[in-house]
Design a protein around this ligand. Sequence first.
Ligand SMILES: [Zn+2]
Length: 89
Amino acid sequence: MRTSYLFEHPRRCPECGKAAAKHTETYNSVEPYTGNLKIIRDDSYTAFGQFRFHLRLWDGETYIQKYGYFCSLNCTSAYANRMAKTFEG
Ligand SMILES: [Zn+2]
């Protein structure tokens, strides 16, 4: 099971330094978006004669690392193994 943490700033992965990504959601509808999230990407398109809004929304302040404090499972295990080695030694 994956544990994802949310942050109020682009916290860096402790292993590789990669900054946390914006925590976004996708909006997909024929109706225009009327909420108060920021539209950070607009991939709206017309298909079969109908215009569809396809937007990426962000609250402007929330960031996410996919694996807890880490960006990837590789970083998680590399860090954990170094920690384990330290404790074992
Ligand atoms: Zn990383």
